[in-house]
Design a binder for this molecule. Structure first.
Ligand code: 0L1
Ligand code: MG
Length: 262
């Protein structure tokens, strides 16, 4: 690690408060260009510990930057990961309250629920599918704390990969018989189609995202526990939303998620 423990704690407080006060900030590597990957994840962990200390529960994991195009754009070979919380959950049919957010965007995802623990290294798609209880459709609301979503990778990891809210709904479907790479997803905003994708947009197969997450956690001595809920990353691009919008996402074989924006 390149940063002192006090600096890591100070940056976790800075980003945690920016989220609570819905205040845009500039990317933290401007002030600390020497920050390394371990520092970035340590700051993210510091945010998680601050939230847990005020009673926020962890609801699961999220992978981000899981499309090859986005990884290439950012010059990385692996996705990034973060956490989602119980207070960030919005029910299907519920509302995204923009008064509590900075500049929200929504992206359609496929989520996995595990029945068995997954441990890396060497975790692969077959191991993920064997350990999966079901898949469910999900919608992530990202809301970078950085002004105009301007960041570099280390800054965004520290900022819990822009995590803000999440919605799950539709059907809980066992993986057997599902063709996840070819599963079609269509996002409508106010009745107009704005995004369309298939599951293959996520690393060729959404289970690959879970496998990579298990392998990345293994390097930190962690695993994905049985029962874990994992959002595998945006299959569609992220779409900006504003009060008055209605977002509906239709997932082949998995049902529909709808949310209103106020
Ligand atoms: O969930 C995501 O893919 C977001 C990762 C962070 C980058 C962003 O805010 O677009
Ligand atoms: Mg996402």
């Amino acid at each position: 690690m390149a940063l002192a423990a006090e600096t890591v704690a100070e940056l976790a407080e800075f980003l945690d408060k920016a989220e609570m006060e819905r205040r845009e900030v500039t990317k933290i590597t401007d002030r600390y260009p020497e920050m390394d990957w371990d520092d970035a994840y340590a700051i993210q962990r510091g945010i998680r510990e601050r939230q847990q200390a005020r009673g926020v529960g962890m609801a699961g994991y999220k992978a981000g930057l899981t499309s090859h195009a986005k990884m290439e754009q950012m010059g990385v070979e692996e996705p990034v990961f973060g956490f989602i919380t119980d207070v960030g959950e919005i029910p299907d049919g519920g509302t995204i309250d923009t008064a509590t957010l900075i500049h929200p965007k929504v992206e359609a995802e496929i989520a996995f629920v595990l029945k068995d623990e997954l441990t890396g290294p060497g975790c692969d798609i077959d191991a993920v599918l064997a350990a999966t209880a079901c898949v469910v459709p999900a919608l992530e609301v990202i809301d970078s704390r950085y002004k105009d979503f301007r960041f570099d990778l280390k800054s965004v990891i520290a900022d819990n990969t822009s995590s803000a809210r999440w919605i799950s709904g539709g059907e809980k479907v066992p993986v057997a018989g599902l063709d996840l790479p070819n599963l079609a997803i269509v996002m409508e905003k106010n009745g107009e189609v704005v995004e369309a994708a298939t599951g293959a947009a996520v690393l060729g197969h959404p289970a690959q995202s879970v496998a990579m997450l298990a392998n990345m956690l293994a390097r930190r001595g962690e695993s994905l526990p049985a029962g874990a809920f994992i959002m595998t990353g945006g299959a569609t691009a992220a779409v900006a939303v504003a009060p008055g919008d209605t977002i509906t996402v239709k997932y082949q074989a998995l049902g529909t998620i709808s949310v209103k924006v106020v």
